[in-house]
Write a protein that binds this ligand. Structure first.
Ligand SMILES: [Zn+2]
Length: 85
């Protein structure tokens, strides 16, 4: 089962790994770059996923992790306004 990313309100941190739901909860309204880094850190450090490339998030099985619709829109906006890192 692949990792699912969900947006939630009132989280104590930017991103939280929820092992019971096999999901990563991310705080609504967080700056996208920061949020991607936090989620990538959870995936690679806590879950042993391969390092992400080009701000894509990769599941521990190697599949790209789908972002929720509202995050996809944010990432698309970042992609168009920023050059390569
Ligand atoms: Zn997977």
């Amino acid at each position: 089962m692949c990792i699912v990313i969900s947006v939630a309100d009132d989280l104590p941190k930017i991103a939280i790994w929820d092992p019971d739901e096999v999901s990563i909860l991310v705080a609504r309204g967080t700056a996208t770059g920061e949020l991607i880094r936090e989620v990538a850190a959870i995936l690679t450090i806590d879950l042993g996923a391969p390092a992400s490339v080009d701000d894509r998030l990769v599941c521990f099985c190697g599949t790209l992790v789908q972002l929720p619709g509202e995050l996809t829109a944010l990432v698309a906006a970042v992609d168009s306004s920023c050059g390569p890192v």
